[in-house]
Ligand binder design. Structure first.
Ligand code: MN
Length: 237
């Protein structure tokens, strides 16, 4: 049996639809998993049952996270917030961590993972970080192309996959992880100091990436493909 991978979904601002980029589905099927798109339901017991059923969780990208989740009021540069998705993901991430089941969390997914684990965020990196050499993190090139580098910690799960200390990644975010909880470590950063990869020190495979490997994998990027394959391998154990 192939592992079943729950894939988180976006919900419309008016909550009239759920949506997942097909690249996320393809990245899972190509890496050997059975994709299961998870709707943003509110019933806690049902969400717990989802966590029982799935072998791994792919946290996908999407809208901004409600800053109230980490104790802040909305900054004027905060974008669209979807409380239904925030509520669902708070629970599914927590339940997966409790079960020590693998998580690969991308972009918003990484930020939610960090917040659920006790970290916090920049609501808008350009407004809240005083850094003259800030990079452009909302790229103007198509997303299958990498635009900035990420410097990877050698002693990390991520390095085991990349086997190199510097990779080029795409970038489509205006928020970022600020403080990482003590149960996590930073495994990748950009030259302007933005945290682009985190991983749990206490779980078997819990990895957050600020970029979108599903776009790069679709264009044949070997590092991105290896990230998905490694995730699926972890889900088989
Ligand atoms: Mn970036």
């Amino acid at each position: 049996m192939k592992p079943v991978i729950g894939i988180t979904s976006s919900i419309a601002k008016d909550e009239s639809w759920h949506r997942v980029t097909d690249l996320n589905v393809k990245a899972i099927t190509e890496a050997g998993g059975v994709p299961a798109i998870l709707p943003n339901i509110s019933e806690v017991k049902m969400i717990q049952q989802m966590a029982d059923i799935i072998d791994g969780l792919l946290g996908t990208g999407g809208y901004d996270i409600d800053p109230l989740l980490y104790g802040e009021e909305p900054h004027q540069k905060l974008g669209t917030v979807t409380p239904a998705r925030d509520h669902f993901e708070e629970i599914i991430f927590k339940e997966m961590l409790q079960r020590n089941k693998p998580i690969l969390a991308i972009c918003r997914g990484m930020q939610m993972l960090n917040v659920v684990a006790g970290g916090d965020m920049y609501q808008d990196i350009y407004a809240q970080i005083d850094q003259p050499n800030m990079l452009q993190h909302s790229q103007q090139a198509p997303y299958q192309y990498g635009v900035h580098f990420v410097h990877i910690e050698k002693n990390s799960l991520l390095f085991q996959m990349t086997e190199t200390e510097k990779i080029k990644v795409n970038s489509n975010h205006h928020q970022a992880v600020r403080n990482v909880p003590s149960s996590f470590k930073i495994s990748g950063k950009t030259s302007d100091g933005i945290i682009e990869a985190i991983e749990s020190k206490e779980h078997y495979f819990v990895l957050g990436l600020q970029w979108h490997p599903e776009h790069m994998a679709s264009a044949g990027d070997q590092v991105s493909k290896k990230i998905f394959r490694s995730f699926l391998q972890a889900c088989q154990i």
